[in-house]
Write a new protein. Structure first.
Lengths: 147, 446
């Protein structure tokens, strides 16, 4: 259910972002989705890759500092109000969404979003009470493959 | 190797005869010091032209130094004197009586060499034994010696002292962290001698490899040189589950062995029958009233090959005369902030990198590679601290990283009163020469 996400520290200057991407390309590792948070001087690149352990090894071997954190992939109805309904659950449970981004592919008529919470267990619990199951990594990758 | 030695607590360590000199009655100690000082001054005057010329210039004869109360009459000696006298100008014995010549790893500039007579080496070994005993290390211990054996005298000193003590010594020197940790585990190492900064590196590595040092028999660490402060001590003691002591190391004398903390961890006892301590005003060279902080000046009282008279150490300290709870009569110096060669002045404030390290450690619990850049913008000076991102400080939340950056800047501004900007940079980007990064880069227009 929990999906490992790799994060990299990158200085905010030309030519830096391509380096880790190229390393993963050379290792034959596909980036399923990613997000880049930026500040004036640095950015944090977050990656979802299927072979996260191998990707981590490749990046660390090249000297990158890699943090692994767990995120949830949650399906959201692709219609007005779909996301707001989901966020209401967290709002009511007092859970903070640290950040979120989307998968490029959709599953059927639903979008899939990546969520990073301040309290992951509380988020899973709140979702379960609302009858929502986050997408497991296995089913996520299987369903993405089918497309 | 499967049955590590049972740890013995400090209090249970039986009294060792080598420690007896730590407890000399003060009156007797001063008499001994005065007698040794007279002999040292005489020999220095007779055999080292630098000392003789300086004393003659002041119209001072060796006879006028009757005891430690006359010490202030003597001129001060500086590190530059050692460099100027290179290679043998400071030797007070003929070359055939020199048992060891140790070139000192010095900052770029002129080389320095240390000379020891046979008796000096013997003295040094005894001093290390006393250091180890001060830290509660005894003959039952297995000591991992992670100090360098070449260029620095530290490794050799600890080695000889640990063997003399009758402990088992594992000479690993500066081997890589994984090997150090393997030795620690496999041999049931109970005590470690290391530079504090290097041990912090070992702690980081252990954490990464999921090795919990608290579960190993390791119980004592004797640390020296490099930056050290209470924040570093706390981190070391908590993460390694040990008692961490500072040993005062002065490369220009012996290296380690000049002084050591005792079980009270409240100041470093100077082995006074060998080294006479004074505190002087760094600017004027004038002695400061007792208890005031200033430059630590030491005079060797027994060194044969290279006597050092009123040597200006690179350290700031205050001298404590009050008796220590441990019962030693040896005076203590309070926490030394090493005035490294990297000291700089910015916005009129004198700053040592160790002050900045203390701020980084206090906030992040680790000391990542860093570099200080002194910059000037529109005529205004400011300090930039570039910190390499390590796994210990990196988080995927931008907010966390930004807040750590600004907290660090705030802490530095608060402690130094100097405008500071902190910037995280990618790992392995600070240029290192010979394994060490240059700490301070001055980009100001001068």
């Amino acid at each position: 259910m929990r999906i490992p996400q790799l994060s990299l520290f990158i200085e905010n200057k030309p030519g830096r972002l391509v380096v880790p991407c190229r390393l993963l390309a050379e290792a034959g590792i596909n980036i399923v989705t990613l997000s880049l948070a930026d500040t004036q001087h640095f950015g944090v690149l977050r990656l979802i890759v299927r072979e996260w352990q191998r990707a981590r090894e490749v990046l660390e071997a090249a000297g990158w500092v890699v943090a692994v954190s767990e995120v949830l992939a949650i399906e959201v109805a692709d219609r007005p109000g779909g996301l707001a309904e989901l966020l209401t659950i967290f709002e009511q449970a007092g859970i903070n969404v640290e950040y979120m981004y989307a998968f490029t592919a959709r599953l059927g008529n639903r979008a899939v979003l990546v969520f990073r919470f301040n309290d992951l267990d509380a988020a899973v619990f709140a979702l379960a009470r609302a009858g929502i199951n986050p997408v497991s990594p296995i089913s996520l990758y299987e369903r993405l493959d089918e497309q | 190797m499967n049955s590590p030695v049972v740890a013995v607590s400090d209090n249970a360590t039986p009294f060792h005869p080598a420690s007896s000199l730590d407890y000399l009655p003060i009156k007797q100690l001063r008499t001994l010091q005065s007698e040794r000082l007279r002999r040292t001054v005489r020999r220095a005057y007779d055999s080292v032209s630098l000392y003789r010329q300086r004393m003659q210039k002041q119209g001072l004869s060796p006879e006028e130094i009757r005891g430690v109360e006359d010490l202030q009459k003597l001129p001060l000696t500086a590190k530059s004197d050692l460099a100027d006298a290179y290679p043998i100008g400071m030797f007070a014995v003929p070359l055939e009586d020199v048992a060891r010549l140790h070139p000192l790893a010095s900052a770029p500039g002129k080389p320095i060499v240390l000379a020891y007579s046979k008796r000096d080496l013997e003295t040094w070994t005894e001093l290390i034994v006393r250091c180890l005993l001060c830290c509660g290390i005894s003959e039952v211990d297995i000591i991992q010696n992670a100090c360098g054996y070449h260029l620095f005298a530290d490794g050799l000193g600890f080695h000889a002292g640990a063997e003399r003590l009758g402990a088992r010594v594992v000479p690993v020197s500066g081997r890589d962290a994984d090997q150090q940790l393997a030795v620690m585990k496999d041999f049931g190492v109970s005590a470690v001698c290391a530079p504090a900064g290097y041990f912090l590196h070992l702690l980081d590595r252990a954490e990464k490899m999921n090795v919990d040092l608290r579960k190993l028999p390791l119980r004592t660490g004797a640390f020296m040189a490099e930056p050290w402060n209470e924040a570093i001590r706390r981190r070391i003691e908590e993460s390694a589950g040990i008692k961490a002591y500072e040993i005062y190391s002065l490369p220009e004398f012996f290296g380690p062995g000049v002084g050591s903390e005792c079980s009270c961890q409240d100041g470093i006892h100077i082995f006074e029958e060998h080294f006479y301590p004074e505190i002087v005003d760094a600017a004027t060279g004038q002695p400061l009233p007792e208890g005031e902080e200033g430059e630590l000046v030491l005079t060797t009282l027994t060194k044969e090959a290279m006597p050092m008279i009123r040597y200006r150490t690179p350290d700031r300290a205050a001298l404590i005369s009050e008796p220590c709870v441990c019962g030693r009569t040896l005076r203590r110096i309070r926490r030394i902030a090493r005035r490294s060669d990297d000291v700089f002045v910015i916005q009129g404030v004198t700053v040592s990198p160790s002050q900045i390290e203390a701020a980084v450690l206090a906030l992040s619990g680790t000391l990542p590679p860093y570099q200080i850049v002194l910059a000037q913008e529109n005529g205004l000076e400011h300090l930039e601290l570039e910190v390499e991102v390590t796994p210990q400080i990196f988080r995927d939340q931008v907010g966390f990283m930004e807040s750590l950056q600004s907290k660090l800047a705030h802490e530095i501004e608060h402690t130094l009163g100097v405008r500071a900007v902190v910037r995280f940079i990618e790992p392995h980007t600070i240029e290192r020469s010979g394994g060490k990064s240059k700490q301070v880069i001055d980009r100001r227009i001068t």
